[in-house]
Design a protein around this ligand. Structure first.
Ligand code: ADP
Length: 634
């Protein structure tokens, strides 16, 4: 704002701001630190809780594993824990083993049954090779009646050679029913079933073929036969081809996984370790425990469902009570996450890496974040409040100082205004009293000058009194219908007379007559006088003032226009406030008190009208006094 009636109270404001802002910055800093500590404490607490939970979980898992390991020698206990078909227990002695519980799909060292004794068929086979097939068959038929299962199996097999298909099917059914016999390492049952499938395939009896193949496939998966991995895989491949795709398989899914895990253990150097635990990650998730005394050892291979039921479930319920979640995994379970406690297998002696995570980890973090947002909002509100408070106080302070400065300026200006006419009056009076005036004409001129100065003083005093009365809310005016055009004409003429010798000219432009307003004559004269006075005062280079009287629908418009210094846009509102003077008026030493225009506005408003200005620096100013008309002219 250009209008700066007083110097800025910037110094005081700065000191005040420093005094207010420094402690508030400190407060905010302390608040922030407190929050950080609070957050760290909360995280520490969570961490402690997780650590304790992890300790408890680990010891519970250890208990479970120890109990299972200890029960491996107890047949009843083994049956109980393996009844769900998701574990296998193997008794191992040197290079031999025996399945104690469960059904692995294949075995490292299988016992498929007794082989067919070649000696029993030596003579018959010789006949066969010499082309005496009928005689050989005769022998074979005899041997079918043999007591020895293995011999019977050999005879049935030989009878199938070159027999018609329907006979072959019958023979393989009989062969399949023989137990504990193997033909070249393949149990007779499996051998016969596969051979039967081949015949059915040859005959194109696909529906039957598929049914049988599916049964054989499921038996293989369920570990029905004690076979090697090689036999298992080769036969499974064949039957899978015949069985086609179906989703009706009833085989338990784990037999193959457990068999593979046992096979891998058998091949590895781990077998030499007396007792240990191991978790085979990488997709199958089988846990192995083995222990024993001396040469005899027991190996337990368990699927994840077994681990879950026997070991993890008790540990999990313990963790749940402490608002945590437990996971078992291999060594490579990824990066440690926030709010997670991890116990690697190497540290605990357990087969798995145990991970304990806060059950509501996301919630805990969100809560911490929420607290942080609250802290931030609180601190922000504090800063805003302090800032706003500081601003308001500074502003109020600035205003008060500005008013004080305005008033002191005003007193100085008023004193000056008084002094000028008083000085003239004193000089004139002295001359008159001393009778130093030469001629009568001159004396009269002196008296007139004395009267003018008295008028000026009178107007000044009246203005001040009016201002006081108006401010106190008392209208000092007596309104009466007046001929506005006549009044403007009279005041203009009087003003011209008053300024005789200053070269002032007033161009009057009155477009009507008998326009009447309800007004106080003295007040309206005073307002117009002030406008004329300003027009002359602020036009140092052009002493011609244009005064026009006009009207619009219901208002009388008195315009006073000059060619003076003009008023910048940003001052045009404030100049109507009391004691306010324009920047240029002050800078260029134009005399004044800053109450003229405020008086004009008081008077205009007291008459139900208003005053406006149109102006630009260097382009002169036009003040328009608008008053309500009371009669419509003809
Ligand atoms: P002052 O005693 O300073 O003239 P006023 O209230 O009459 O007090 O006017 C307030 C201010 O408005 C003046 O100081 C001046 O800056 C500006 N002003 C008023 N009339 C004119 C004008 N005719 N031309 C230029 N500026 C004016």
């Amino acid at each position: 704002m250009v209008i700066r009636p007083i110097g800025s109270p910037r110094g005081i404001a700065l000191i005040f701001l420093a005094l207010v802002l420094a402690p508030s910055a400190l407060l905010v800093g302390l608040g922030w630190r407190l929050f950080q500590e609070d957050r760290a404490n909360a995280l520490q607490l969570l961490h402690e809780r997780r650590r304790q939970t992890a300790d408890l979980v680990v010891s519970r898992l250890e208990q479970g594993l120890t109990a299972t390991g200890g029960s491996l020698g107890d047949a009843a206990a083994i049956r109980r824990v393996t009844e769900y078909g998701d574990a296998v227990v193997l008794a191992v002695e040197g290079d031999r083993h025996e399945v104690v519980a469960g059904q692995p799909a294949f075995l490292p060292v299988p016992a498929p049954g007794r082989e067919v004794p070649a000696a029993a068929f030596a003579s018959a086979d010789r006949l066969w090779h010499h082309g005496l097939k009928e005689q050989a068959r005769e022998r074979h038929r005899d041997l079918v009646e043999a007591r020895d299962n293995a011999v019977r199996a050999g005879a049935l097999l030989r009878l199938s050679w070159g027999a018609p298909s329907h006979q072959q099917l019958q023979l393989f059914d009989w062969l399949g029913a023989i137990e504990n016999v193997s033909i070249e390492g393949v149990p007779a049952g499996l051998f016969a079933a596969i051979e039967k499938c081949r015949v059915l395939e040859k005959l194109g009896r696909t529906t039957e073929l598929r049914t049988i193949a599916r049964v054989v496939r499921d038996d293989l998966l369920a570990g029905r036969w004690s076979i090697s991995r090689r036999v298992y895989e080769a036969n499974l491949r064949d039957v899978r081809g015949w069985a086609g795709t179906d989703h009706t398989s009833t085989a338990p899914p784990g037999g193959e996984l457990l068999a593979a895990a046992i096979d891998a253990w058998w091949q590895s150097p781990d077998r030499q370790i007396r007792s240990a635990r191991k978790y085979l990650g990488g997709g199958n998730g089988v846990t192995l425990i083995w222990a024993g005394d001396g040469a005899r050892r027991s190996l337990l291979a368990a699927l994840p469902s077994f681990a879950e039921r026997e070991w993890l479930a008790p540990a999990r319920s313990l963790a749940t009570a402490r608002k945590a979640v437990v996971n078992l995994g291999g060594a490579d379970v990824g990066a440690v996450a926030l709010l997670e406690e991890r116990r690697p297998a190497g540290e605990t002696g357990l087969p798995w890496t145990v991970t304990v995570v806060d059950a509501d980890a996301v919630g805990e973090l969100a809560r911490l974040e929420g607290t942080r947002s609250l802290w931030l909002a609180g601190l922000a509100a504090l800063v805003v409040l302090i800032g706003a408070g500081a601003y308001l106080v500074t502003r109020a302070n600035g205003r008060e100082l500005a008013v004080a400065r305005l008033q002191s300026d005003f007193v100085a200006a008023v004193s000056h205004e008084f002094r000028t006419p008083l000085t003239s009056m004193r000089q004139l009076t002295e001359v008159l009293v001393d009778e130093r005036v030469a001629t009568e004409d001159r004396r009269r001129a002196y008296y007139r000058a004395l009267a003018r100065q008295t008028d000026r003083l009178h107007r000044l005093v009246e203005s001040l009194l009016d201002l006081g009365r108006l401010e106190a809310g008392r209208s000092p005016y007596r309104l009466e219908p007046l001929d506005a055009c006549a009044l403007v004409r009279n005041v203009s003429e009087e003003f011209e007379r008053d300024t005789t010798g200053l070269g002032v000219r007033i161009d009057l432009d009155i477009n009507g007559d008998a326009w009447r307003v309800d007004a106080d004559r003295d007040a309206l004269t005073n307002a117009l006088w002030n406008l004329l006075d300003n027009a002359v005062k602020y036009s140092p280079d052009c002493r011609t003032v244009q005064v026009s009287v006009d009207r619009d629908a219901d208002r009388l418009l008195i315009r006073v226009r000059d060619q003076g210094i003009g008023i910048p846009a940003n001052e045009q509102r404030a100049i109507f406030d009391k004691f306010v003077r324009g920047a240029r008026a002050r800078a260029d030493g134009f005399k004044g008190t800053g109450i003229g225009l405020s008086m004009v506005r008081y008077i205009a408003r007291a008459h139900g009208g208003d005053v406006r200005v149109q102006s630009a620096p260097g382009a002169g100013s036009t003040f328009t006094l608008a008053l309500p008309l009371i009669t419509t002219p003809n």
